[in-house]
Design a binder for this molecule. Sequence first.
Ligand code: TRP
Length: 448
Amino acid sequence: MARENFASGKTAIMAMAGSAIGLGNIWRFPYMVGQNGGATFVLIYLFCVLLLCLPIFIAESTIGRCSGSNTFGAMAKLAPGTKWKWIGLLTVITPLIILSYYSVVGGWSVDYMLKSVISGFSSDAPEYFGRFTSSVWKPLIFHTIFLSLTCIIVLRGVKAGIEKFNKASLPLLFILIVAIAVYSMTLPGASEGIAYMLKPDFSSLSARSFAYAMGQGFFSLSIGVGAILTYSSYMKKDESLIGSAAGTAIFDLMFAVIAGLAVMPAVFAAGIEPGAGPGLIFETLPYIFSQMAEEAPLLSRVVSICFFVTIVFAALTSSISLVEVGVSYLAEEHGYSRRKAVLVIFSIAWTLGAVCSLSFGPLAGVKLFGLSAFSFCDVLTSNFLITFGSLLFVIFVGWKMDRELVRNEITNGGTLPFACRVFKPLYFMIRYVAPVVLVAIFLTNFML
Ligand code: TRP
């Protein structure tokens, strides 16, 4: 079967940005900011993404495009006869675990989107969240719907499915989130929230916020799990790897900050504490929408619909990249048809996701290392597997691959002047700095 390619560098960036922009930006980033001291965290985050995550992103991308293969095949091709391919296999498993619990949260978002269309939210929104997530069937049904939507898009292929969906969704996402942010920032009492997002207070700086910022950077940029590797393998040889990495990082950063500006000012305007944690989006915001509805029912409805539509689409553009990692592996290494590969991935992710979903209700008592199935999958992937995967990628590019091969791939055979100029420091970051930082973060996870 001939491999498909993304049509251009622009659509490759859109696909990668689609993978990067997701629940991590709208759901995780604002509450992380809320729990870690506001603008100082935003600043550390910017620093981490541009200086440390970007080289790792480029390393992962290099493996993908240089090999033109799925994660397993890439390692087998670039380091033939070694055990590296099994590491490639690890990066087929990690995205499957992420996909499982991601799809559960994606399912909640679909429910909230429909709820905002059909009935709007009432002031018992925080209690509704607890009731909804701990019930058996409803979250399971929405998990199934979300995962099915994801799989239908992937089934249509790289060009007609993934590329087309991202191309249509990304502009929509930006328009909606900017509109919501503008609205939120003009609410009476919003200025405190804006300052919270943008004015740093260095007294809240700690080693912990640094580790969290790095972790959030990896998660948000989708690095370390083979998604960027797989998408990069669909990039044409004359596109710039540094350009697409920088483009993706900038879109992702912008989206996170705008999402923060959409959420925080509204939270402050409603007089609510910003450190609510994971419930910020599903408990606090719907409550705010219900309060708004008392004065401006129509406006409240429109804003809440826009907000949850944004979340659903952002989550979909990410989850399709998670599915594609496994699909390209099964299709290329085991000769599966796309349909069969999608079906296999669906079945595994659905089952594991169902366990995660039920871990809020009937299975709440079942603990692994003191964590529910959902939290276990989240912590295992976000804190450990993503960092570990990133570490393996940078070691592979920095120490296993031939330097000239890497240089050739990043500079397109010496034809990209900017890439040629920055190659040396970039290679230094990939070879020395990134592994040290990644090991440090890996170890910090055991202490936090
Ligand atoms: N970046 C996604 C988000 O911000 C989540 C994510 C983490 C992801 N790792 C991934 C998505 C790998 C796709 C592939 O929501």
